[in-house]
Design a protein around this ligand. Structure first.
Ligand code: PLP
Length: 384
């Protein structure tokens, strides 16, 4: 059949029809264990009753009125987010890339015309719109679309010396992922973010953290930066926040957020009632079910299991339920494909890196089942 979709995705030949918790069912009725959770989005699993009810209930009441009018639900969500982010103010949008665009505009507004440069990290992923693509540190994704934004410098990740050398009084902001997700779950040294924070303070630059993948409890704290004690000036969230509905939020310290005036930034769909209701339900459920703590504790079960499977053939790393195995050969696609065949969903983040970001509601039994299948898969793939 001819497809009328633009050819932008390389998709696996499977179509899912329904899901429940960590399980997905394809159109043939075959069951799968979802260890990637829609790319770190479905933290409460599929069809979580609380999120489903919040969406259905709000959809029956009111879906959209635009940002011409006040919305109680936006205030409620912003207040919840402020309570976990040392009092930051929210701008709601619809995706990770949009949250990054908002952060880039906000720091320009704040810093003025003499401080325009932004420093980002090699290997970073921040999204596909032109601004977000510019700060993304992956030349293969950027080359076909040049020219990009001026004034962006990339430095090696987890290299405090390189950051110190690059910082100057023309730098508006330093933008970092606390763990690089798309690059293959690259976890920096414990002192990297604290040093980055100190260097930014010394040079008068802002620190923006992209917690689009790592935030909302995934790594065992609300924000991955909470592991380090670092408070950023600006932080972006998206993926897991609204239980699978499109959302993004740029959170900023009031001192910085105050640079925006009415008319400076806007989004037609941003802060929509259904997304807000879903996000509030997600935060409630994460709290009620103790899922941040669960990610912190059970993530080690996953890491231990993966180490037992791959042994010296892989470096296993991650925090909480954001985990990866970097293989010693380009076998990540073979592993992903064979696992799919056997009913387990993982992701080949790079040719060598198999990434896992399961729903935070995953049980010990499900983890053990996933590991048993991945063990079989690895025996096959490594013997071939
Ligand atoms: C997914 C992701 C983005 C982009 O989010 P979109 O919603 O796809 O625009 C940006 N930064 C990080 C760290 C991500 O993981």
């Amino acid at each position: 059949m001819t497809s009328h979709l633009m050819n932008t995705y390389k998709r696996w030949p499977v179509e899912f029809e329904s899901g429940r918790g960590c399980k997905l069912f394809d159109t043939g009725g075959k069951e799968y264990l979802d260890l990637i959770g829609g790319l770190a989005v479905m933290s409460l699993g599929h069809s979580h009753p609380k999120v489903v009810a919040a969406i259905a209930d709000q959809a029956q009441r009111l879906v959209h009125v635009s940002n011409l009018y006040s919305t109680r639900l936006q205030e409620d969500l912003a207040s919840r987010l402020a309570s976990i982010s040392s009092g930051k103010l929210s701008f709601f949008c619809n995706s990770g890339a949009e949250a990054i665009e908002c952060a880039l505009k906000l720091v320009r507004r704040w810093s003025g015309p003499d401080r325009r440069r932004v420093i980002a990290a090699a290997g970073a992923f921040h999204g596909r719109t032109l601004g977000a693509l510019t700060v993304t540190g992956q030349p293969s994704k950027q080359e076909p679309f040049r020219p990009l934004l001026p004034g962006v410098t990339h430095i090696p990740y987890d290299d405090a010396g390189a950051l110190e050398d690059a910082l100057d009084d023309d730098v508006a902001a330093v933008l970092l992922e606390p763990i690089q997700g798309e690059a293959g779950v690259v976890v920096p040294s414990d002192d990297y973010l604290p040093i980055a924070r100190k260097l930014c303070d010394e040079s008068g630059s802002l620190l923006i953290l992209d917690e689009i993948q790592t935030g909302v409890g995934r790594t065992g704290r609300w924000f991955a930066s909470d592991h380090t004690g670092v408070t950023p000036d600006v932080v972006c969230l998206a993926k897991a926040l609204a239980g699978g509905l499109p959302i993004g939020v740029c959170l900023a310290d009031p001192r910085v957020a105050g640079a925006f005036r009415p008319g400076d930034h806007a989004s037609t769909f941003g802060g929509g009632a259904v997304q807000m209701a879903a996000a509030l339900a997600v935060l409630d459920a994460i709290e009620e079910e103790g899922l941040v703590q669960r990610a912190a504790e059970a993530g080690t079960r996953l890491i231990r299991g993966l180490n037992a499977i791959f042994g010296p053939r892989a470096e296993v790393r991650g925090k909480g339920f954001l985990v990866a195995a970097e293989l010693d050969a380009d076998l990540a696609r073979d592993v992903t494909s064979a696992a799919l065949e056997k009913g387990v969903l993982v992701n080949d983040a790079t040719p060598r890196v198999v990434r896992l970001a399961p729903p935070l509601v995953i049980t010990d039994e499900e983890i053990d089942h996933g590991l048993a299948v991945l063990g079989e898969v690895w025996r096959e793939v490594s013997a071939a």
